[in-house]
Design a protein around this ligand. Structure first.
Ligand code: BGC
Length: 758
């Protein structure tokens, strides 16, 4: 355990040493200052498994890394809607990091899924900021509980791979506040991550690495972040500008260049030495924090721990699967002894269980679905044929013929479909959400030849179902389920585990329906977020669009009923402490144990600003035996009712009616409870340039104006002329004074504006 006092060390450092500390010393380490006892801090990817590279490293997953447990990726874990599970996985990642002497894990990634095409969606949680924030906060808490810091990334608005190192994401402030920042805000305020990683891209014209508003005003000023900001690997363009913006540590270091720039800038007076000191102090604090928790690497994990983590990965993969369809029900497979199961698809033998790029883990072992099925069904004959090739997407007549022979007369047919690495990875975006044609043809060819057809999907981001789901009785979406996904699939198909996952992203009918379709991925180094707040279900719902499966959807092997909704309101908007508790009873009405996720969406039907139809603001998961009932309570805070007011530049709740929608998906919301909230009037800030309609809509403004007109002209009747007001109401008072509106002079306008109490 190393211990030193950052302030004392800071005083003793030379300018050159300070400059060396705000850059790394190699690919994965901060710089050490041995003469003052400051150790180097080791960082490693990644979000769903450790990618520790003890030697010289790289950041695109080319070089090898030490074996580590590969857990399901974020899009899978998010589908569990289970913060407790995320915390367990965070803790397991922390234990593995500690064994390797890693003090900071570069994850989780919490960018929003603006488009299903983003090549890195498998590393991100959701299209919904609330869900992403809750899950990521739990994961960070679990990780940091082990004394290993998190690095939530990529801050901010990194939602595509196309041109990711240069593109400027053009987003209005309300959309930033309500969609692209809240997951970060939640993790930072609730779980206090040690570090935040800035994004590669520009935000409204400024590199995230040089974005003072993001890195300092919002992150530190408003959210109280006290940790360190590290660059994404290679995101720094101007080291001095980045320091001024609040970027503490550049990784990997542009050695020689970056430190020289910093020293020269201080000597020439271009950089205030105080600013450098602030960043150096944060690096020292990180080194101190790491040193407090980290002894020497305690070498490899024990065999027992490796076993435990594999079992956790298996449980997590099962909890992450979403049952999208189950006609019959085809699942679970209840095959008698002597039955025959046909398994089709190369993923059954060579599973795709993680994504490519910087998050790629060298797994401790990999469960093979075909072997796991054979083990789980010892009295059943399990025959296999590939049916299609992963080397290309085209139909292969020879493979299809073989698959038909294997499927013919089988008691059940399980077809493993999905996206190969070549279709989805860090570094590029997809061009389609369709499965390769060869896979769809193979499915079509075997359906109807035997018993029920079950499709098992492996993909990091949504694929369209519409072109092929009618060939399948059941569809189980397993995402990229980590190294134990094969075992989990066997558990789910045979009923040893029950699916309980819910979609964390909408599956559209067609890519063209996605709200970002016309604005993704932009061109000429600019991407305009024209859909604004309306990403994901917010967009589909606003346009009342049919989708293949809605956000929040997921079937189970049992059935549930949600009943007796009750709502209690405490605190007040004015006091800033509004809290609304929504309580329901959940009952397992079917014949098997299972879990349901109660989801609460808030609608503001009377808003004066454009708002999404309804938004997820709370959820609770209940695992129940057949016949069992439990009460669950979801607490909504004031923020659940608020929008970001562009006029006032703050969060605001408008007085009036709100509707709480309670159910089991964004489109299955059987319970509606109305509540009425009192709140201070928002109104528009009234000035001489506010319109006549705005003055008349404001109680105080209307009274002042009418009184002044009475005094000046003996009559304010013109204000009651609704026809006239409708025509000229959009004009500012100052303009109306120019136009000679009856009785309204510039002096009178100044007088009433001066009389306003606010
Ligand atoms: C990725 C980060 C990653 C870093 C280090 C970058 O290319 O965007 O997510 O943590 O490399 O590997």
């Amino acid at each position: 355990v190393t211990s030193f006092d950052p302030d004392t060390v800071l005083e003793r450092l030379s300018l050159e040493e300070k400059a060396s500390l705000v850059l790394g010393s190699d690919f994965w380490h901060t710089a050490a200052v041995p003469r003052l006892g400051v150790p180097a801090v080791m960082m490693s990817d990644g979000p769903h498994g450790l990618r520790a590279q003890p030697g010289h490293g790289d950041h695109v997953g080319i070089g090898g890394s030490v074996p580590a447990t590969c857990f399901p990726t974020a899009s899978a874990l998010a589908s569990s809607w289970d913060p407790g599970l995320l915390a367990e996985i965070g803790a397991a990642l922390g234990r593995e990091a500690r064994h390797q002497g890693v003090s900071v894990l570069l994850g989780p990634g919490i960018n929003m899924k603006r488009s299903p095409l983003c090549g890195r969606n498998f590393e991100y949680f959701s299209e919904d900021p609330y869900l992403a924030g809750e899950l990521a906060a739990a994961m960070v808490a679990g990780l940091q509980g082990q004394g290993v810091g998190a690095s939530v990334k990529h801050f901010a608005v990194n939602n595509q791979e196309a041109d990711r190192l240069r593109v400027s994401a053009e987003v209005d402030e309300r959309t930033l506040r309500e969609i692209y920042l809240p997951a970060f805000e939640r993790v930072i305020t609730a779980a206090r991550p040690w570090t935040v990683m800035c994004a590669y891209n520009k935000v409204n014209g400024t590199y995230a690495a040089e974005h003072h508003w993001l890195l300092t005003e919002v992150l530190r000023g408003e959210w109280g972040f006290e940790g360190l900001v590290v660059s994404d690997w290679g995101a720094v363009h101007d080291r001095v500008a980045a320091l001024r913006a609040g970027l503490d540590l550049e990784m990997p270091p542009s050695l020689g260049r970056g430190d020289r720039a910093v020293v020269n800038a201080v000597i020439s007076g271009e950089l205030d030495p105080e600013i450098l000191d602030v960043c150096v102090r944060r690096v020292l604090r990180l080194a101190q924090q790491a040193g407090q928790h980290q002894g020497q690497p305690d070498s490899a994990a024990s065999a027992a721990e490796e076993e435990e983590h594999h079992a956790l990965a298996r449980r997590a993969a099962a909890a992450s699967a979403v049952l999208l369809k189950n006609d019959g029900p085809a699942l679970p497979l209840l095959l008698p002894a002597g039955a025959r199961l046909a398994v089709i698809g190369p993923f059954a033998r060579a599973p795709r269980f993680q994504g490519a790029g910087s998050s790629q883990v060298n797994p401790t072992r990999v469960d093979i679905p075909l072997d796991e099925l054979r083990t789980a069904l010892p009295a059943v004959t399990v025959d296999y044929a590939p049916g299609f090739s992963l080397d290309h997407g085209e139909p292969d007549a020879g493979l299809i013929g073989q698959a038909r022979s294997v499927a013919a007369g089988a008691d059940a047919i399980v077809v493993f479909l999905g996206l190969p690495d070549a279709e989805e990875s860090e570094g590029f975006d997809r061009g389609t959400i369709d499965l390769p044609a060869g896979q769809v043809q193979a499915l079509q060819a075997v359906s109807g030849l035997g018993g029920p057809v079950v499709v098992v999907l492996a993909n990091g981001s949504v694929v369209s179902l519409a072109p092929w789901e009618h060939h399948a009785h059941a569809v189980l979406e397993c995402w990229l389920g980590g190294q134990a996904a094969g075992g989990a699939v066997a558990d789910l198909l045979t009923g040893a585990a029950a699916p309980a996952g819910k979609l964390a992203e909408t599956i559209p009918l067609r890519l063209q329906d996605n709200p970002s379709y016309l604005g993704f991925p932009g061109d000429s180094h600019v991407v305009r977020y024209g859909e604004g707040l309306f990403i994901g279900y917010r967009g589909y719902d606003a346009r009342n669009q049919e989708v293949a499966r809605p956000f929040g959807f997921g079937l189970s092997y049992t059935t549930f009923e949600i009943s007796r909704p009750a709502v209690s309101v405490r605190g007040s908007v004015a006091g800033g402490d509004l809290a609304v508790d929504v309580t329901v009873t959940v009952t397992n009405t079917g014949g098997r144990r299972g879990a349901e996720v109660v989801q609460v969406y808030v609608e503001d039907p009377q808003s004066t600003v454009s708002r999404p139809v309804r938004e997820l603001r709370g959820f609770a998961r209940a695992e129940l035996d057949p016949g069992e009932s439990r009460q669950v309570t979801v607490r909504l805070t004031q923020r659940a009712f608020a929008f970001w007011s562009e006029l006032w530049r703050r969060w605001a709740v408008e007085a009036g009616e709100f509707v709480l929608h309670i159910g089991t998906s964004s489109r299955d919301l059987p319970h509606r409870v109305g509540i009425s909230l009192a709140a201070p009037s928002l109104g528009a800030p009234l000035t001489r340039d506010s319109t006549l309609t705005e003055w008349l809509a404001d109680g105080e403004g209307a009274a002042l104006l009418s009184g002044a007109l009475h005094r000046a002209a003996g009559d304010a009747g013109v204000l009651a002329d609704t026809g006239l007001v409708r025509v000229v109401g959009t004009m500012p008072l100052s303009t109306l004074a120019n136009f000679g509106f009856p009785g309204l002079t510039h002096d009178l306008v100044d007088e009433v504006a001066g009389q306003l109490k606010r």
